[in-house]
Design a protein around this ligand. Sequence first.
Ligand code: HEC
Length: 136
Amino acid sequence: MKLLIILSSVLFLSACFDSGDAQEKEANKVQLGKTTFDKHCLVCHGKAGGGIVKDWKKRQADGNFPAPPLNGTAHTWHHSPTQLLRTINDGGVQFGGQMLGFKNQLSEAEKQALLDYIYSLWSKNIQQKYDARFSK
Ligand code: HEC
């Protein structure tokens, strides 16, 4: 009986450590995503993906659309992780846009971390809808 109690508390404790670990790993990925974002994406998508223009749906003087905000106030959360990864890799030129791809400039870990960072910018409500749709 004693052994059982000891065993089950060990199991319980290790489960706690596991979830702490997972949380820490997630936080590290988001941090890497932020560093990568600030270095490569902020210039067009704005601080914390907030955009740099007032109306991202309005064409600019050169006839092109500006970079949309990525923080959940535009369409980003309508796209699956695979689609978002494709945009990061191949840019927007594939759909007549302006953004250049980052295929060869970023590591796979940095690209995944960018997805985690972008997700972290969304409201709880949007995150829940996204999870329900794409089960992240
Ligand atoms: C030179 C400006 C520029 C840079 C740098 C840039 N983007 Fe973009 N991005 C755009 C524009 C403009 C669009 C809209 C589509 C287009 O015109 O290509 C866009 C679209 C996107 C979209 C699709 C948005 C949506 O709502 O579906 C994502 C995701 C995205 N960018 C992520 C990134 C990430 C991540 C980085 C950094 C690795 C980055 N962008 C760097 C200009 C930029």
